[in-house]
Write a protein that binds this ligand. Sequence first.
Ligand code: PLP
Length: 425
Amino acid sequence: MDLHSEAIERNHRLQTLAPEVFGALSPLALRAFFPKGIPYQASQAASCAINATIGQITDGFGNPLPLARMGELLHGMSAKDAFLYSPIQGRPKARQLWHEKLLKEDGRMESVGLAAVTAGISHALSMAAELFFSPGDTLLLPDLYWDNYEQIFGIRLEGRFERYPFYPANLSGFNVEGLRGALARVPGKVHVLLNFPSNPSGYSPTPLELQVIAQVLAEAAADRPVIVYCDDAYHGLVFEGSATSKSLFFELLGRHPNLIPLKCDGVTKELSFFGGRVGFLTFGTSKAAAAILVDKSMSLVRSGIGSPVGLSQYLMEEELLDPRHDASFESMLAILERRYRILKAAVSKPTEQWRVYPFNAGCFCLLELRAGLDAEEVRQQLIAEESVGVVNHGSRYLRLAFCSLKEEAIEPLVEAIERVCAKHV
Ligand SMILES: Cc1ncc(COP(=O)(O)O)c(C=O)c1O
């Protein structure tokens, strides 16, 4: 397919501004551009006295015409914010507020452009991958990872995976040397996905580990593109002072032109708004280059989901602006932390049935079952015999989601797992 002249124009500009980023784009990203079609023309005409551009049903004065029950339920909210389309790149206020939140966390965000809004974090990851990942490319992953990466990078994008153990043999922390070794095994352009705090391990690195990881990635980018997907879904949910609450993304900014950090985050866990489907894709490039990448993202959003959900962006904006927000987040964190501490004590009691992997953050802990046990079999038995649900990770691990447990259920959960494991000789 011939490239559209608009795509060629974007590509030329990006090639001038950031040749390394341009060189790392996927064929789809090279084709993508946000067209001067209906949403573009409608936004240009937004302040016209007579606006006959967009297929949005209004009263003729720019207000929506909600149907009865939905209007009733959302009464008290600004109807325009609740019912009308969001811009394709996301609502300006939502993008700005999210940026300010990140800037408060780390001053290095000053150099970074506004994110593209996505329909949740999976979508942010998927779009990031679509922009940079070509069929046959390799993704480096630790052996403990969220299963949806296989759908995104494997099923959708026909990628290959190069794995390394998440923890070193002595379980002393994140396996930085494993990452270094995996980078050395893959020649040429490489993609690295890091998810801290991790699902399923519940581990967040120490500040020092974070710096070493960044250093290793920068070294690997000395002579080839290294695209780093920072999956920050569980950002901020950290329960030990020794674990960093900073994103790896900040550490990677400005390290090397070949090192391209992409931040995927959102309201799902951080703002406890699971059904809201607001995610953000932030490009760790210059602002001018990021603006072109946002334009290309808008092509993917427009062709995939049409536009992001306006109503939940509005709710997110109101939450972030609310004077109670910080306190409200802290009280959610305190609830999680109490569960974390109870679980930590319960799974750390001496037992022959499992080994607990280090965890200090996020929503999960991971047990490595003793030899002779099959995690899927144990999981099935837990449902059938104990009315207990957990998730198996491969044949060796059980993942316990303490984020959804009341405190009183935690010890009984651990006791039930021990009972079932002990039945197997
Ligand atoms: C590691 C990780 N990344 C991303 C997500 C996806 O978040 P969302 O529901 O916003 O797509 C999850 C959800 O469970 C997750 O565990």
